[in-house]
Design a protein. Structure first.
Length: 82
């Protein structure tokens, strides 16, 4: 389930927290991803998945096709998770 918190709120760095924030991120900046039929209709099939939490490092996987460069997508997701 998506986790939405006020800006500046500190959350524990746990798998469940990261997954919830990532779910909220998919909705918030959803035009970057291929989760909607409209985006898939124009060839945007990209997605972002949680892989692992390695200490303070969140490991993500990008898959599919994006309108933006992958570095831009990763930067936006990273900014959202921080």
């Amino acid at each position: 389930d998506p986790i939405e918190v006020p800006l500046g709120t500190a959350l524990p760095l746990e798998v469940e927290t990261v997954q919830g924030l990532l779910a909220a991120c998919r909705g918030e900046i959803g035009t970057m991803f291929g989760y909607s039929a409209e985006n898939r209709g124009v060839g945007i099939t990209g997605g972002v998945d949680f892989v692992d939490l390695d200490g303070p490092i969140v490991v993500l996987r990008l898959k599919g096709r994006f309108w933006h460069q992958r570095t831009t997508v990763l930067d936006r997701v990273a900014a959202y998770l921080q």
